[in-house]
Design a protein around this ligand. Structure first.
Ligand code: PEP
Length: 260
């Protein structure tokens, strides 16, 4: 288990170019000897290339926060999988809830984007799913997760070696400062995994898919999320904006216990 955990930081639209480069340098330094799992940071588009250049030779990989479903063409304001690959990306977040909320991104668009990304073997999609507070409060979470995973992935052919990360992010926990109970996250991960098993079969799911949690994780609460079989890593927002905090979270995940 130890070395296959995944820790991804989403820097959102929070940093200037100069701040992104400073953080990239600090992250590179902190993680220089890290071997406890896959680590990536997702800066804004204008910082991607330069952050990627800084991270060369580091175990920390580069990810993009979004990508378009067409490979090229007249799509003003969009960015293609090939372009983010050129910038050095290995990961791309697809369907983050902030894009679903503010930009009306829906699971039909998410499905088309995943389909395109799957034709680029060097790019790992990080597909976000998660219920909102109303859905959770009214006991619709399980169905919502089942439905989102189905809409995002049904009918897709998963190439043999292609990795796909599903990020379970309960919308009501993101940016709230309070993560959900680890047992509740674990249960949601099971729902996602059962859905994936039904769709793709156990073998493909265990070879190709990882399910990670995101929502207000920090170095203090990460302990509850480590060492859980169904939670294969974390997507962090706020905790990824400070190199030391991000490192402490990653170390905890990698070692399966909280660092003091
Ligand atoms: C996110 O936006 O994906 C996220 C997990 O943010 P935070 O950790 O700040 O809740």
């Amino acid at each position: 288990m130890k070395n296959n955990k995944i820790i991804i930081a989403n820097w959102k639209m929070k940093l200037s170019l100069a701040e992104s480069l400073d953080l990239a340098r600090a992250v590179k330094e902190k993680f220089k000897d890290f071997s406890g799992g896959q680590v990536a940071v997702c800066p804004n588009f204008i910082s991607l290339k330069e952050v990627g250049d800084i991270l060369k030779g580091s175990p920390v990989k580069l990810g993009a926060q979004n990508v378009f479903w067409e490979e090229s063409g007249a799509y003003t304001g969009e960015i293609s999988p090939r372009q983010i690959l050129e910038a050095g990306c290995s990961y791309v977040i697809i369907g983050h809830s902030e894009r679903r909320k503010y930009l009306n991104v829906n699971y039909e668009m998410i499905h088309k984007t995943i389909k395109t990304v799957l034709s680029f073997p060097d790019l790992v999609p990080v597909v976000c799913v998660g219920e909102n507070w109303d859905e959770r409060k009214t006991d619709r979470r399980d169905y919502v997760l089942f439905d989102q995973v189905q809409q995002a992935l049904s009918g897709l052919n998963i190439p043999g070696e292609q990795k796909i990360i599903i990020a379970y992010e309960p919308i009501w926990a993101i940016g709230s400062g309070t993560a959900i109970e680890p047992a509740e996250a674990e249960y949601a991960h099971k729902i996602i995994r059962i859905t994936l098993n039904d769709m793709f079969g156990l073998k493909v799911v265990s070879n190709n898919f990882s399910v990670i949690y995101g929502g207000s994780i920090n170095s203090h609460n990460v302990k509850g999320f480590t060492g859980l079989e169904d939670i294969q890593g974390l997507l962090v927002g706020g905790a990824g904006l400070d190199a030391e905090e991000f490192f402490q979270v990653a170390k905890s995940v990698a070692s399966g216990k909280e660092e003091d």
